[in-house]
Ligand binder design. Structure first.
Ligand code: ARG
Length: 461
C-alpha cells in the first residue's frame, strides 16, 4: 500500500502528505523487522498447518519472508515513509517477491496482534542481553572487591563520616542491587513472554487458527486468555520500564559516588585517561564524563516510564493508535540501559584506580571510631546510652584540643571511665573497627569473605 493511493477502496482520496508522515511509524518500528518476519513466518506456518492456506502457499510465504530478512541484512530493503509501518512494508515487499499469495499472509491476523507479538519478541531478546550485561557488571564489581577486602574506606550516613567499612563491602552493596535488577528482569520476562498472536484486531477471528501452535513456534510460554486484553495490554512494557528505571537508579548512585571520589575533596580514586576527558579551557582538568552521563541519562528512562503510564491511563479497550507511542521510549530505554551498563563496566574494569594510601589516611583521620568506644564500654557493662554520652563528651573535648581519639593517653581514658584499659587503642584502630562488625551482612572481614564466595557462586550459576 503506498500512500499516493487511497488507504483502501473505502476511501475517496489519498492521505495528506503531512498526515501520512505524522501517522507513520516506519522510521522507528523498523527496529522490529526481524521479529516481524519471524512472527509472520510462524503465522504462515500455522495457516498451512490448520489448512487455512495450502502447504505450498505456506512454504512460499515463509521463503519470501526469509528473502526479505536477507535483503534487510544486506541493506537492500530500506522501506520509506510511504510504507506507513514495518508491517505494511513487509507485506508489500512479500507480495512483490512471491506474487498474489503474499496477500494471504494477513489472513486471520491484524496489525494489532502482530505489533504486540513483535514488541514482546523484541523485548524478550533485549531483556536477555541486559541480563548478561548485568552479569558482566557484577563480575567486574567482584573482581575489584576481591582485591580490596582489607582496603578500608570511610562509610557515610548523611554524607558525614560514620564508620569505616571494607571497600569490598561497599562494592558488594552494588553487586546486590544488580542482583535484584537481574532477578527483576527475570520476573518481567515471564509476563513479556505471553503471545497475543491470534487475538486479531480485538475479538479473535472467524478462521480455525491454532494460537498454541504459533506460541510454541515463537517460544512463548503461554497465550493471552482474552483477545481484547491481548491486543491492548502494555503492562509488560511498563514493568520493563520500571525495572530499567531501577537499573538506572542503581547505576546513577554508583556514578555519583565515583564523581565524588574522583574530586579533589575526596581523592579516593584516580580516573585513567581512557575513561576521562579534559576541558577545552582549563588545562589542569580531568572530568568524570562517563559517570556524569550515566547519572544524566537516568532521567530519560524515568521519563519514558512516566510517558508509558500516561499513555495507558484511561485508554478504552481495545487497540488505540496511542499504543504506537509505546515504541520509541521502549527502544530508547533499552539502548540507554545497555550503553550505560557497558560504560560503567568498562569504567570499573579499566578506568578507575582506588588510591589505597589516601584511603588508609582517610579512615585514620576522623572520629568514625567513636561508636567503637561506646561499644567498648557497653561490652564491659556500662549501659549503652551512658557510654554514648561519655564518648560524646570526649569527642567534643578532643575536637577542641585538635586531637583524635587515638591520641588520648590511657590516664585520660581512665579518668573518663575506669573500665578503659590498654586494649582500647587496638579496639579503635580502623582495621579492628571494621573487623569487629562481624554480624551477618556486616563489614567484618569474615562476613565480607563469605559474601564474596556467595556472590561468585551466584553469578557462576
Ligand atoms: N504501527 C502500528 C502500531 O505501532 C501498528 C498497529 C496499527 N493498528 C491499527 N489498528 N492502526 O501500533
Amino acid at each position: 500500500m503506498t500512500k499516493k493511493e487511497t488507504w483502501s477502496q473505502r476511501f475517496e482520496s489519498a492521505l495528506h502528505p503531512a498526515i501520512a508522515r505524522f501517522n507513520a511509524s516506519i522510521s522507528f518500528d523498523i527496529e522490529l523487522i526481524e521479529y516481524d518476519l519471524t512472527g509472520s513466518q510462524a503465522h504462515a506456518k500455522m495457516l498451512a498447518h490448520t489448512g487455512i492456506i495450502s502447504p505450498e502457499e505456506g512454504e512460499q510465504l515463509v521463503a519470501g519472508l526469509e528473502q526479505i530478512r536477507q535483503e534487510y541484512r544486506q541493506r537492500k530493503f530500506q522501506p520509506g515513509v510511504d510504507a506507513e509501518d514495518v508491517h505494511f512494508a513487509v507485506e508489500r515487499r512479500l507480495t512483490e517477491i512471491v506474487g498474489d499469495v503474499g496477500k494471504k499472509v494477513h489472513t486471520a491476523r491484524s496489525r494489532n496482534d502482530q505489533v504486540g507479538t513483535d514488541t514482546r519478541l523484541y523485548l524478550r531478546d533485549q531483556i536477555q542481553q541486559i541480563k548478561s550485561e548485568l552479569r558482566e557488571f557484577q563480575g567486574v564489581l567482584l573482581d575489584i572487591a576481591e582485591k580490596h577486602v582489607e582496603t578500608l574506606i570511610p562509610g557515610y550516613t548523611h554524607l558525614q563520616r560514620a564508620q569505616p567499612v571494607s571497600l569490598a563491602h561497599h562494592l558488594l552493596a552494588y553487586f546486590q542491587m544488580a542482583q535484584r535488577d537481574w532477578e527483576r528482569l527475570g520476573d518481567v520476562s515471564r509476563r513479556v513472554n505471553i503471545s497475543p498472536l491470534g487475538c486479531g484486531a480485538l475479538a479473535g477471528t472467524t478462521f480455525p487458527i491454532d494460537r498454541h501452535y504459533t506460541a510454541k513456534l515463537l517460544n512463548f510460554d503461554d497465550i493471552y486468555a482474552n483477545s481484547l486484553d491481548g491486543v491492548s495490554d502494555r503492562d509488560f512494557a511498563i514493568e520493563f520500564l520500571c525495572a530499567a528505571s531501577l537499573i538506572m537508579v542503581h547505576l546513577s548512585r554508583l556514578a555519583e559516588e565515583v564523581i565524588l571520589w574522583s574530586s579533589e575533596e575526596f581523592r579516593f580514586v584516580t580516573l585513567k585517561d581512557s575513561c576521562a576527558t579534559g576541558s577545552s579551557i582549563m588545562p589542569q582538568k580531568k572530568n568524570p564524563d562517563v559517570p556524569e552521563l550515566v547519572r544524566g541519562k537516568t532521567g530519560r528512562v524515568f521519563g519514558h516510564l512516566q510517558a508509558m503510564l500516561v499513555i495507558m491511563k484511561g485508554l478504552p479497550l481495545a487497540y488505540n493508535k496511542d499504543l504506537q507511542e509505546d515504541k520509541e521510549g521502549l527502544f530508547d530505554s533499552v539502548n540507554t540501559v545497555k550503553a550505560s551498563l557497558e560504560a560503567m563496566t568498562i569504567l570499573l574494569r579499566e578506568g578507575l584506580e582506588f588510591r589505597t594510601q589516601r584511603l588508609a589516611e582517610a579512615v585514620a583521620e576522623d572520629f568514625s571510631n567513636a561508636t567503637d568506644v561506646a561499644d567498648y564500654l557497653a561490652a564491659r557493662g556500662v549501659p549503652f546510652r551512658e557510654a554514648y554520652n561519655l564518648v560524646g563528651k570526649v569527642v567534643k573535648t578532643s575536637i577542641a584540643a585538635g586531637k583524635l581519639l587515638k591520641d588520648l593517653k590511657l590516664e585520660e581514658w581512665q579518668q573518663l571511665h575506669p573500665a578503659f584499659a590498654a586494649d582500647i587503642y587496638e579496639a579503635i584502630s580502623p582495621r579492628q573497627v571494621v573487623a569487629a562488625r562481624n554480624s551477618h551482612g556486616g563489614t567484618g572481614f569474615v562476613q565480607v569473605n563469605k559474601a564474596l564466595i556467595a556472590a561468585r557462586a551466584e553469578i557462576a550459576q
